[in-house]
Design a protein around this ligand. Sequence first.
Ligand SMILES: Cc1cc2nc3c(=O)[nH]c(=O)nc-3n(C[C@H](O)[C@H](O)[C@H](O)COP(=O)(O)O)c2cc1C
Length: 500
Amino acid sequence: MVGVVLAVVGALVVMLAIYDLIQRRHSILRNFPVIGHFRFLIEKIGPELRQYIVADNDEERPFSRDQRRWVYATAKKENSYFGFGTDDDLHKSGRIIFRNAPFPLKRKSSDDAPVPCGKILGGWRNRPQSFRPASVINISAMSFGSLSGAAISALNRGAKLSKCLHNTGEGGISEHHIHGGDLIYQIGTGYFGSRDPDGNFSIDALMETIEKAPVRAIEIKLSQGAKPGIGGLLPAAKVTKEIAKARGVPVNRDVASPNAHTVFSDIEGLVEFVELIAEKTGLPVGIKSAVGNEKFWSDLASYMAKTQKGPDFVTVDGSEGGTGAAPLVFSDHVSLPFWYAFPLVINAFAKVGLSDHIVFVGSGKLGLPAEAAEALALGVDIVNVGREAMLAIGCIQAQKCHTGHCPTGVATQSRWLERGLDPSDKGVRLANYVTGLRYEILRLSHACGVEHPALLSDDKLAVMGDGRTLVSAHCWYGVAPEITQSKQRVAGIASALKEL
Ligand SMILES: Cc1cc2nc3c(=O)[nH]c(=O)nc-3n(C[C@H](O)[C@H](O)[C@H](O)COP(=O)(O)O)c2cc1C
């Protein structure tokens, strides 16, 4: 009798393992058949367990359980509501508060309503291929190499479905990037995809790279918030044929990205480089940077105002931003957090009259409804989402990106682990997340009586100050309402909405 029971149980386990291996919905189960179910069980009873022994819903970092739950539910189009009321500390200093209107805007927004950018990318310098980004939410730079081919493919498919832009990251353009989503091609210090055999920047290589893909703009990376001022090394073992091809480097040899650009080393050189690329390609060209000191930004803005040349967009990456791998001291201690960095940058451009012309892109844990709406209200024109997009395609915040053993197949080059991630299914999830986030920021705007999050003016946004005082968000962060609600910015949003 016992033998029969054991045989039945064994057969069921084998059947479950086979089902887990061939189903496409859950990467964890494809990669860890049978035992993967324990994760879901523990996730399910996690709140009850944690209530007694571990962390609360808002404690975990970088993304809390509540935040992750919202992303997962939105990406899967499951119930993303929370019951019983808030469990937040409403009086915590720095907490954001949207001031609802007595009579909300009566506007029915479908759950995939677009939220366009108020500015034209490349409009200031009249770049031949300037355009208005259709979405204020776009996918941040994450390279093929730090992410798997399947993950890149899922992001690009999702970008196509949700009509947002997909930044390639600094690892060049691979076949995984070509699934219909529009790209922003990033050039880092390694010049991957735009280098000659010696590793020097090559405009011919750049032209060749962008010709084979739907590239809408180019971003020159100066630095990123999680690891500014250091280069990177992709060990030989990770330099597969595919990665070598995308990057324009030899197979199975270490690939180093230097810590600084070799083409330029000052503002004049940077602006010249931007203009060279823009002239040759006709595309809008921007820069991405973490922020250290104010002086660089005021010098850059003054130089641009004087010469009427320079980047069309500026991506400000906060120190809270993510990375595939970085020394702890750099992630923890180098560069300013987003809400110190961004005001400093926008104010530098406003001082010389350029803030209405430059498209400001922000990143650093902004891919959640309150954070995204707050950023757009305070002068950001486009929010880039990195790790939140990873969560949407199955990342469980295991924080193993640097080991190559990501259990969900997102940040790994292991064929076995990557196999668990089905790009078509996860592409739809990415699109659901992006449209869901846009829907939520639109709902917030409507609740406050305006049509677009960038129209949330000083009287609609507050921050809980120290000692239970309520402070205007503009005042708290030091961005003047005259900048965020300038005539030109407001008119830009109105045109964008009219074009819909
Ligand atoms: C796995 C991973 C890889 C990344 N690769 C790049 C990169 O190639 N270039 C870059 O500029 N930033 C890179 N980043 C930083 C993100 O683009 C983004 O700026 C940062 O994570 C902040 O956004 P988030 O908080 O929404 O993740 C990477 C981040 C992660 C998590």
